[in-house]
Design a protein. Structure first.
Length: 90
């Protein structure tokens, strides 16, 4: 980010410019709120969706296979136990 004179602005300068310098020493609250909102509403849902959908492991990798892999594994296990007449007690 650069100001109108071509000088490089750091993050604090950007916050001061956006808020008009009215926050003073409390600009850390805005920074914290932005970080908190990003983590709650962007990163957590994105990470959760990717990990639990199994998109990274295509449903076959142990950790990255997500819920689809676990469902297949449980169904296979139940089918094998069903042949012996012994069912899992869930």
């Amino acid at each position: 980010n650069q100001d109108e004179d071509g000088n490089v602005m750091d993050t604090d300068d950007v916050y001061d410019q956006v808020t008009g310098g009215t926050l003073g020493e409390f600009s850390f609250i805005v920074k914290y709120a932005v970080e908190l909102l990003l983590s709650w509403f962007v990163w957590f849902p994105l990470f959760s969706t990717v990990m639990f959908s199994g998109v990274l492991g295509c449903g076959v990798l142990p950790v990255l296979g997500g819920r689809p892999r676990d469902k297949k594994r449980v169904e296979k296990d139940l089918a094998e136990r069903g042949k012996d007449g012994v069912y899992a007690s869930f």
